[in-house]
Design a protein around this ligand. Structure first.
Ligand SMILES: Cc1cc2nc3c(=O)[nH]c(=O)nc-3n(C[C@H](O)[C@H](O)[C@H](O)COP(=O)(O)OP(=O)(O)OC[C@H]3O[C@@H](n4cnc5c(N)ncnc54)[C@H](O)[C@@H]3O)c2cc1C
Length: 450
C-alpha cells in the first residue's frame, strides 16, 4: 500500500475519497478537469445566494450525507420539509402523495388503483432486488400491474427517465428506487431535505478542510492519457504536465476512463464501454409567481419536452431568493437522440413553449431569467443484469482504482450514495472506514468485490 494517492475527478466522490484518505494520513492530490470542483453539484449565483445547476434534495435516511455534514460542522444547515408531489395526466394536474390521492386519480380504474398500490408496496417493501436483475420493469408492470396502470403511469415515467432504454430497465432498479422513496415517507407524507445556502456550502467547507489536511487541489487539469507499463499505471499526462507515482483512484465517469485506455488494455476497455450514460438538461426559471403548490410534478402525458417540473421554492421559501420563485424543467436524454443536438436557445424555446399546456395561467412575462445547464453524464443506464457489468474498484491494471456512480446500482445515484462509494473505495485501498455510518436500509451495494 502506497502512502501517495492521486485522485482523478473532483466531484463529490473524489473530494470525499480525498478527505477520508487524507484523514487517514495519506498524501493526496485531487486532479479536476473543470475550473471548479464539485462536478454535478456545481452552483450558480442567484440573488444573494447560490443554487444548484441540477435540482438536489435529500432523504431522511441519507446517513452518509449527515455524517459528512457533521464532520464539516454543517449538520444544522440540512433542513427537512414536507413535500407535495403531483402527476400531470390527461391534461390535468393530480396530487399524488397519499392513498386518498390515489383514490382520486381518475385516469386509473378502481382495479388499476388497487393493482398500483399492491405492486408498489410489493416492490418498495418486500421484493429483493437480486431476484429481479434479469426482469424488464415494463414487462413485469404489464403482467402484474396491468395495461391501464402501466400505460397511465409507469411507462411514461420510465420513458421520460430512460428514453430508448426504458424497455431494458431491470426491476431490480425499480426495487432500489421505490425503497429509497418509501423509506423517506411516513403515512404517505414525504419529507425531503435541502441544504440551506445550497450545496456550495458543503463544497466550500469540504475544500477548506481538504486544504487544512494538506491535500493538493489541482483544477483546470484534464487527464489526457495514461502511462501504463507492464500492466501497471505509472502516471498520466494532463494539460499541466505529467503526474507519477503511488496509487490512482479515478472517480470520473466510466465512459471517460474507457476512452483513456488503448489497445493494450482492450478487454478492460471493452468491459467499461458497455456502461452507457444518459444526459440531462435542467432549465432553471426565475419567476415572479409560483406555477403551482406542488414541489415535484411528473409529466405523464406524451409529447412534452420535459419529464418533470420541480418547483424548488415549494420546498424551501422564496425569501431565500429575494422573492423570486424557482422552477426546474428537467429532461433526461440519450446521447443519440435529436434533443441532444439542440442548442440552449432551442432548448429554452421548446421547454418554455410547452409550459402553458401544463399551467394555463402561466405566461412568459412571469419569467425574470432562465438558466440552462446540460450534462452528458447525468446517470448510468442500468440495463438487464447490470451487476455483471459493474467493474471492480480494483481494476485489472495495477495501481488503478475506479469508483463512481456506476457502483451505486441498484440504488439511485445520489450525493449520499457517492459518499458511500467514496468510503468503499477507500476501504479497498486499505483505509479503515469503520467509523463512517452506513445506511443498511438501502437496497444493495455492488462493484467492490476485490
Ligand atoms: C439532473 C440531476 C439531478 C440530481 N438530483 C439529485 C438529488 O436530488 N439528490 C441527490 O442526492 N443526488 C442527485 N443527483 C446525483 C448527484 O449529483 C450525483 O450522484 C453526484 O454528484 C455524482 O458525483 P461524482 O463525483 O460521482 O461525479 P461527477 O459529479 O460527475 O464528478 C466527476 C468529475 O470528474 C471530472 N472529470 C471528468 N473527466 C476528467 C478528466 N479526464 N480529468 C480530470 N477530471 C475529469 C469532471 O469534471 C467532474 O468534476 C442528481 C444529478 C443530476 C444530473
Amino acid at each position: 500500500m502506497s502512502e501517495k494517492l492521486t485522485i482523478v475527478g473532483g466531484g463529490i466522490t473524489g473530494l470525499v475519497a480525498g478527505y477520508i484518505a487524507a484523514k487517514s494520513g495519506k498524501k493526496v492530490k485531487i486532479i479536476e478537469k473543470g475550473a471548479d470542483f464539485g462536478g454535478l453539484l456545481k452552483t450558480f449565483p442567484i440573488g444573494n445566494t447560490r443554487l444548484e445547476y441540477y435540482y438536489h434534495h435529500f432523504f431522511t435516511h441519507d446517513v452518509e450525507l449527515k455524517w459528512l455534514l457533521s464532520e464539516l460542522g454543517l449538520e444544522e444547515w440540512l433542513q427537512f420539509y414536507d413535500t407535495r408531489m403531483g402527476v400531470f395526466k390527461n391534461g390535468k394536474i393530480y396530487d399524488f402523495n397519499t392513498p386518498i390521492d390515489l383514490l382520486k386519480f381518475t385516469p386509473l380504474s378502481f382495479w388499476g388503483k388497487l393493482k398500483f398500490g399492491i405492486t408498489s408496496l410489493f416492490l418498495g417493501k418486500i421484493a429483493r432486488w437480486e431476484n429481479y436483475e434479469n426482469v424488464s420493469s415494463l414487462d413485469w408492470f404489464y403482467r402484474w400491474a396491468g395495461e391501464n396502470v402501466t400505460n397511465a403511469l409507469w411507462k411514461p415515467l420510465l420513458d421520460i427517465k430512460f428514453g430508448p432504454f426504458a424497455k431494458s430497465v431491470p426491476l431490480a432498479w425499480m426495487v432500489g428506487r421505490l425503497r429509497q422513496r418509501m423509506s423517506s415517507r411516513n403515512n404517505g407524507d414525504e419529507k425531503l431535505g435541502y441544504l440551506t445556502g445550497s450545496l456550495q456550502k458543503l463544497l466550500d467547507e469540504l475544500l477548506k478542510e481538504l486544504g487544512r489536511l494538506g491535500v493538493e487541489l489541482i483544477q483546470n487539469c484534464e487527464v489526457k492519457s495514461l502511462i501504463i507499463e507492464k500492466n501497471t499505471l505509472l502516471g498520466f499526462e494532463t494539460d499541466k504536465g505529467k503526474f507519477f507515482g503511488g496509487e490512482f483512484l479515478f472517480t470520473i465517469p466510466t465512459v471517460y476512463l474507457s476512452k483513456l485506455l488503448d489497445a493494450h488494455n482492450q478487454l478492460f476497455q471493452e468491459s467499461l464501454s458497455k456502461i452507457k450514460y444518459f444526459g440531462a438538461v435542467c432549465v432553471v426559471l426565475e419567476l415572479t409567481e409560483k406555477l403551482s403548490e406542488i414541489y415535484w410534478l411528473n409529466i405523464a402525458d406524451p409529447g412534452f419536452p420535459f419529464g418533470g417540473v420541480i418547483e424548488h421554492t415549494n420546498l424551501i421559501s422564496e425569501k431565500f431568493y429575494g422573492g423570486r420563485h424557482i422552477a426546474y424543467l428537467s429532461r433526461y436524454f440519450s446521447h443519440d437522440e435529436e434533443f441532444a443536438e439542440l442548442n440552449d436557445v432551442q432548448i429554452e424555446e421548446l421547454m418554455i413553449g410547452n409550459l402553458m399546456k401544463v399551467y394555463p395561467d402561466f405566461n412568459v412575462e412571469k419569467i425574470k431569467k432562465a438558466h440552462i445547464f446540460k450534462t452528458y453524464t447525468a446517470a448510468t443506464v442500468c440495463d438487464l443484469n447490470f451487476s455483471q457489468k459493474v467493474p471492480d474498484c480494483k481494476t485489472p491494471i495495477f495501481n488503478l482504482y475506479l469508483a463512481n456512480m456506476c457502483h451505486v446500482y441498484p440504488d439511485e445515484r445520489s450525493v449520499n450514495n457517492s459518499i458511500r462509494v467514496a468510503a468503499e473505495s477507500c476501504k479497498v485501498l486499505g483505509i479503515d472506514t469503520s467509523s463512517i455510518p452506513k445506511n443498511v436500509s438501502l437496497a444493495g451495494k455492488l462493484g467492490f468485490n476485490s
